[in-house]
Design a protein around this ligand. Sequence first.
Ligand code: ZN
Length: 413
Amino acid sequence: MDRLYRYRLTTTSGGNLSILEENGDLWITPAAVDKGNLSPRDIICVKTDERVEGPHRPSSEYPFHQMIYERRLDIRAVVHAHTPALITFSIARQVPDTRIIPQAHHVCGEVGYAPYALPGSLLLGETIAHTFAQGYDVVILENHGVVTAGPDLLTAFQRLETLDFCARTQIQASSLGTVNSLTDEQIALFQKRAARLPTFRPTGHSSRERELRQTICRMVHRAYDQRLMTSTEGTVSARVDVDGFLITPTGQDRKYLAIEDIVLVRNGCVEEGKRPSRAVRLHRTIYDGHPEINCIMTAQSPNATAFTVTNHPLDTKTIPESYVVLRQVPLFPYGEQYDAPEKISALLSKNTSVILIQNDTVLTTGTTIHQAFDRLEVADFSALSLIDTMNVGPLVPIGEDEVKALEEKFLGH
Ligand SMILES: [Zn+2]
C-alpha cells in the first residue's frame, strides 16, 4: 500500500488490498486509516468464521475481496485503487487496450468491465466477482476504479501498475492520432521470442563487471522512480568486454533488482541459473555491430511510447537539448525486432542513437550507461512537450540555419 501511495496510484482515503492465506485467513487493509502511513499492525485479519482481529474495522470493500476469493480459487491477492488514468477509462465507460503493447498484454491479459453498484454493497461484490469468474485478472469498475488480482500480492500489484502505464500511454497517444493495436498473431511473436540459449558457469567476476552490475541496478531503480520503467517493463544492458555483456533479467521486479540478478552473457552463452531479458538476441546483435556502443536501454515510458503506437513522427527540432541529444529518432516496424534484429542494428549510426520500435518500446544507446539513460529521459520529456503543445498551439520548430549552427557547435559537422 505504501508503494501504491508513493507512486500516486492511490489517495490517502481510497484503495484497499488483501491476501488470502492457505488456512482461509483473509488479511485486509483497514477502513478509514491514512493509506500513506500504514504499519503492519494496522492490517486486519478476518477469520473463516468472520471473526475480526486487529485494531480497526476491515475495509468497507471487504465483501468484494471475499467474493472474488470464493469464485476464483487460484487468486490469493487482490488490489483495488482509483488511479487517475484508470479512472479516466472508468468514467468514460471504456477499458484500456492492452493490445497496444505486447508486454502489457502479457502481464495483464484482456481487461474485464464490471457495471456500477454502490461501494461496499453485496451487489458490487457480485458484479466484480462475476467478472473475475469469467477469467479476467484485471477489471475496470464502472464510475469507480480498478481491481486486479493474482496468485500473490506482487503479481496483483504489477498488473495494476502495468495497466496504469498502458492506460497513460493510450491517453497520451490519443492526442497524436489513431492508436494502433496488435493482432493475436503479432502478440504471439512476443511470446515466442524467449528462445533458450546455452549456459555457462562464470569462473570469476572482474572489477569492471562488478562495477557495471552496480551501475545497472542504480540506473534501473532511478528509471523506476522517475516513472520511465515499471515493475514489469524496462531493460538495461552494458558491455563488459569484447565478447561479453551484462543484461537485466526477465520477470523480475525492477524496483527490487539486485546486482546478483543481472545476467552475464558471453559468446552467446548465458550465466547458469538465470533468465536474461527476452531482448538478449537484439542486444547481442547491436554490440557485435557497433564497437562504440557500450550500453543499450529499452523502456515503455508513456510519453515516448505514445509515438510508437500511433506512428506519429517525433520531431526533435524543438529545443537545442532535444536536437543535440536525440538527433533523428526513426520508427522501426513491429515484429522485425524479433526475426531480424540486424535491421535495427543497421539503423543505428552517429546520427541515430535512439529508435522507436512500433507498438513496443523506446530503444536508446550510448557510449556509457549514463548517456543512454539521458537519451531515454530526454526522449520522454521531448515527447511530453510535443503532446502538450497540441493543446497550446502548433509546434514552431527551430529553423534550418539555427539547426546548422547547433550541428557545428555541438556535433562537429
Ligand atoms: Zn474504491
